[in-house]
Ligand binder design. Sequence first.
Ligand SMILES: N[C@@H](CCC(=O)N[C@@H](CS)C(=O)NCC(=O)O)C(=O)O
Length: 226
Amino acid sequence: MAPLVKLYGTPLSPYFCRVWFAALAKGVDLDLVIGPPDVQSDPNRGRSPLGKIPFIEDGDLLLYESEVIVEYLEDKFPAPSLLPGDAAARARSRLIARLVDLYLLAPVHALVPRIRATHRDADFVAAHVARVEAGLRHLNDAVAPAPWCLGASPTLADCALAPALWYLPNIMRHFSNADLRRGYAMLTPYWDFVQVAPVFAAAFAQMTAARETFHRTLVEKYGNNA
Ligand SMILES: N[C@@H](CCC(=O)N[C@@H](CS)C(=O)NCC(=O)O)C(=O)O
């Protein structure tokens, strides 16, 4: 039997989870090489040209950038397809993944350095919280849950969107008391569906356990400011 594709990273990363979810949706076993929750101290990440996780190793191939990795898995393991349908349907799936990256996760990650900044710059924070909310509105307009975000079966759009929605409060809880996933006509019922979807349930449980473990280390370090 061919060796499994190795996936490096942490289940606290929405990009790592995108690749993991694609493998789960395809029924492909991966060898998960889970590093520390603090990506900076992951001894493996220096092997990736950008110094980031996730990356995969498949024989001689080392591949990074989650979107490219999931397209590789799609080519390598074509059935079941996570880009089903005609050209328009495939484009819609890719569009949602792109919206997640550029208009949801980008403003979320711009806020990370502000979490424990001594001077928080209220205008910057307000502008980026507004950008996150705008990203959620765009996604709400783009999805058509039935019950997966674009139809009856999961696509690469679900693999990007579901982990990103799970991840949102990990960062946004520092900037907003609200659960930003609530209140959308399409996105909220989708989140309620996907967070208990059997195919991803064990992964979500592992992600949440990792979040709780990491949070305990933050409480030890920062107390009430965790
Ligand atoms: N565009 C990349 C983003 C990957 C990324 O930003 N990963 C973060 C962890 S969530 C990372 O490795 N950060 C470490 C760093 O930037 O130094 C992808 O889709 O794979």
